[in-house]
Write a protein that binds this ligand. Structure first.
Ligand code: ADP
Ligand code: MG
Length: 615
């Protein structure tokens, strides 16, 4: 006397099911996300009915929960909710009909009565994801309507389904999956999947009687309701970090879509330790359900130090809910988010300079990469750069804007000098003219900086110029009694050209040296010393090309230069040695000789000549 009703799938439906089950999703684990989303929707609908007057509910006191149990022996996973349930007619309509979404219909219905509920379902295919992993799915369900009959629905997802009335069911729906393999009967595996996709659904989830989703989806709350500890706990959870974040930003945007986001900057940048590129860790959610972990297109690569969550209720998702449909829209979202982050970092820099310096020490290299690679944002990112300079002291740094604010009227350009540290920068012949004029010079210690500034080219209308390429002239000293005459200078220049031959491209009297006898200049055009060093560091020695030949400048007011001019008339071989030493000293100072030990041999010879002998 079976009351079982059998329904066979029509041929087209069976075909469609085949596609949904075997080709729609990239990962099998997605079925967990889909069934838990359905359970959350069922609870959400019940909550809506509870809050709307005039609804008579079955078991009105039963709390709204989602529970999951796994059974490795029986190879099953069971997902139970206490939500709205389904009548027999609804079973036929919702589970018996593919691509019919009862949730979408529910939303449309309540919208007409000006209601609102946050339902996840919309496409009417998620349920069938269960058949990716199960041979048989059994659904026992009891509608919230007081006089409804409970039913058990069973299907193999291929041929059809059957329904049998069942008494004594609790309100809601219980779904049992008879699994094809053990993987998803493991509690550990399921916990991992629930935490990944469904950790932030609105109802408590229990797995094998233990609560799983204890962390709140903070982005859905008002900022005023959230404590600092809440944020820290949330960050540690989603950022997999043991430390508190350095900065955080919680914001909403309305265009091009409504977005809620919480973003964090970690205290440390792991790239500095591991030497390998990290991946951005901002996850894209739609209605609290994970769509794309570490979503690629949300931010440019140079903001990959960010961690956090972006949630948009109106994301145009594709039917598998794994990606967004609209790449132009994604670009717009990226633009909105990037601008917001740049503004945020600028505000943080203003609010607390010391804290920002720490931030910059950790993540600055990513911003520099942004200046060098992101044409459309480079000026905005450049505002966030910091450098030591001849004005700042010790480890303190300056922004380009602050540098400009200190520029005297007659200074038109921003100057920078690459040197391993402040001491070397201050001792560099390239700095002398600027010191004499009291013009500030940025001291670049990071080998990337020079490249970045050259790429940036200008900032707020001021050109960025390397000190050794600057066309800067000093007024010569009043007292030139110890200086060489013009004839002596041109004689010495000819002598030096001959002595150096191919080693230099030019020899001339300098107009910018003060305390140094000589200096070399890279004339530009070719690959400069710093870039060559960077290429070597990156292991790209084959693409180095020929080193540029430097120009050699002498300071006609310097005693060594004057002495050299005298010496060349009395002891030409020694004068050549001294000249070569001068050239190499200047090259060491400019970083053009990588191993300064190479010049020590001659220096010793010169010392030998200088010291008295025993004869
Ligand atoms: P979607 O969720 O996109 O609507 P699904 O295939 O996941 O599509 O589900 C189809 C429909 O079946 C849902 O819209 C809902 O009406 C119904 N349904 C599925 N699971 C449940 C459940 N646990 N409780 C009540 N109704 C459900
Ligand atoms: Mg669904």
């Amino acid at each position: 006397m079976s009351k079982t009703e059998k329904h066979e799938f029509q041929a087209e439906i069976a075909q469609l099911l085949e596609i949904v089950i075997h080709s729609l999703y990239t990962e099998k684990e997605i079925f967990v996300r889909e069934l838990i989303s359905n359970a959350a929707d069922a609870n959400e609908k019940l909550q809506f009915l509870q809050q709307t007057a005039g609804n008579d509910l079955f078991e009105p006191e039963r709390p709204l929960t989602i529970s999951v149990t796994t059974d490795e022996e029986a190879k099953t996973i069971t997902i139970t909710d206490t939500g709205i349930g389904m009548t027999q007619a609804e079973l036929v309509e919702n589970l018996g009909t593919i691509a019919h979404s009862g949730s979408k219909a529910f939303l449309e219905q309540i919208k007409q009565s000006q209601g609102d509920a946050r339902l996840i379902g919309q496409f009417g295919v998620g349920f069938y994801a269960a058949f990716m992993v199960a041979d048989t799915v059994t659904v026992s369900t009891r509608s919230y309507r007081p006089d409804a009959q409970g039913y058990v629905w069973t299907s193999d997802g291929k041929t059809g389904y059957e329904m049998t009335p069942a008494d004594d069911l609790q309100r809601g729906t219980k779904i049992v999956l008879h699994l094809r393999d053990e993987e998803f009967a493991s509690g550990y595996r399921i916990e991992e999947v629930i935490k990944k996709y469904s950790n932030f659904v609105s109802f408590p989830i229990e797995l094998n009687e233990k609560p799983v989703n204890t962390i709140q989806p903070l982005w859905t709350k008002n900022r005023s309701e959230i404590s600092e500890d809440d944020y820290t706990e949330f960050y540690k959870y989603i950022g997999h970090d043991v430390d508190a974040p350095q900065y955080r930003l919680h914001f909403n945007a309305d265009a091009p879509l409504s977005i809620r986001a919480i973003l964090f900057v970690p205290e440390r940048n792991t790239e500095l330790l591991t030497m390998s590129r990290q991946e951005g860790e901002v996850h894209l959610y739609c209605k609290r359900v994970l769509i794309t972990p570490k979503a690629k297109g949300l931010f440019p690569d140079w903001l990959r130090f960010l961690k956090g969550v972006v949630d948009s209720e109106d994301l145009p998702l594709n039917i598998s809910r794994e990606t967004m449909q609209d790449s132009a829209l994604l670009r717009k979202i990226n633009e909105v988010l990037t601008k917001r982050v740049l503004k945020w970092l600028e505000e943080e820099a203003k609010a607390d300079t010391a804290k920002y310096a720490k931030f910059f020490a950790q993540h600055g290299h990513c911003l520099k990469e942004g200046v060098a690679t992101d044409w459309s944002h480079k000026e905005a990112i450049a505002k966030l750069l910091r450098f030591k300079s001849s004005y700042t002291e010790g480890e303190a740094t300056t922004s380009l804007a602050d540098y400009i604010s200190r520029m005297p009227e007659d200074q038109k350009e921003i100057y920078f000098l690459h040197a391993p540290d402040r001491e070397a920068a201050e001792a560099s012949p390239d700095f002398e003219a600027f010191r004499a004029k009291s013009w500030e010079v940025l001291f670049l210690e990071d080998p990337r900086d020079e490249f970045v500034l050259e790429h940036l080219h200008s900032f707020e209308g001021k050109n960025l110029v390397a000190t050794n390429k600057a066309n800067i002239k000093l007024d010569r000293p009043q007292d030139r009694s110890k200086s060489l005459s013009e004839d002596q200078v041109s004689g010495l220049v000819t002598f030096l050209k001959e002595a150096f031959g191919e080693r230099v491209s030019e020899v001339r009297a300098s107009e910018r040296l003060v305390g140094s006898p000589a200096a070399v200049r890279e004339a530009g055009g070719g690959m400069n010393a710093n870039m060559r060093r960077m290429m070597k560091m990156m292991g790209k020695e084959d693409s180095l090309g020929l080193a540029e030949k430097p120009e050699f400048e002498i300071n006609p007011d310097h005693v060594i230069v004057a002495g050299l001019e005298r010496l060349r008339h009395t002891d030409e071989p020694l004068a050549k040695q001294v000249a070569t030493q001068l050239l190499e000293n200047a090259m060491v100072s400019a970083g053009l000789i990588e191993d300064p030990r190479a010049v020590l041999g001659r220096l010793n010879l010169l010392l030998e000549k200088l010291l008295p002998t025993n004869s």
